[in-house]
Write a new protein. Structure first.
Length: 249
């Protein structure tokens, strides 16, 4: 089944306000008229400024996290309602850096997923194994568990607004990348597991991104694989010169 390539940039904790606005401005100009699906995940404090730049363009604005609860006494948290209020359309959840640096549990991630979807936001749900888990032959087991836990209570209808990003933790920010064949194998497994959780139609339609050091040099080969539908890009998304070539694959 033909699926639209979905290229997403995760800016993480990078850029100043001026840099964020300048980068977004460049991307709006250079991606205008392109047919793939595009998203940028912007730091909370710059979302409002970037929202003004990408409004009306073909670039989806995403937050890098959200609260699992509604407005209230939750110091430091940002609710889905707040994100929507400034123009966000999507939120990245379950990123490995939040799982392993912040200590987010699968239960908490699932609460955020369900809250975001109920609020009308799209979700980019990240899953993936540590190097030790991969070397122990547990990559599929880890992905299956994170999928089951992260999507608990999510309906087949809601899956239309969910993207899965497979990000092998050992490949994030390290320059190491799974071979196209290895990446395809785990993406195929993920699609098959989603078919077990839901049905084949949901599995055929869901977009699965690769999130492990994708860059212009390897993007074409990775995206040529049957079950790799896009990329969640980190470092290479911080400059239009390195991000746009991936978007054009």
């Amino acid at each position: 089944m033909a699926r639209t390539h979905y290229i997403a940039g995760n800016w993480k904790m990078n850029t100043s306000k001026a840099e964020a606005v300048a980068l977004a401005t460049d991307l709006v100009a250079q991606l205008k008229g392109k047919t793939n699906k595009f998203m940028i995940g912007v730091p909370f404090v710059y979302l409002d400024a970037v929202a003004q730049v990408v409004k009306g363009s073909n670039i989806i604005l995403a937050a890098q996290d959200c609260a699992a609860t509604d407005n209230g006494a939750h110091t430091g948290e940002v609710s889905c309602a707040m994100l929507k209020d400034i123009g966000c359309q999507c939120v990245i959840l379950g990123h490995s850096e939040r799982r392993h640096e912040i200590g987010e549990s699968d239960e908490l991630i699932n609460k955020k997923v369900r809250k975001a979807l109920a609020s009308g936001l799209e979700v980019d749900l990240c899953i993936g194994e540590l190097l030790a888990e991969r070397e122990a032959g547990e990559a599929e087991q880890v992905c299956a568990f994170q999928l089951s836990a992260g999507l608990a209570g999510v309906t087949a209808e809601q899956m239309k607004n969910v993207t899965i990003a497979y990000e092998p933790v050992w490949a994030i920010g390290t320059g190491k990348t799974a071979t196209p064949a290895d990446a395809q194998a785990i993406h195929k497994f993920i699609r098959g597991y989603i078919a077990k959780l839901y049905d084949q139609k949901v599995a055929d339609e869901v977009i699965i991104q690769y999130g492990g050091s994708m860059k212009a040099e390897n993007a074409k080969d990775l995206l040529a694989q049957e079950d790799i539908d896009g990329g969640l890009i980190g470092g290479a998304s911080l400059k239009a010169a390195t991000f746009v070539p991936i978007c054009e694959c």
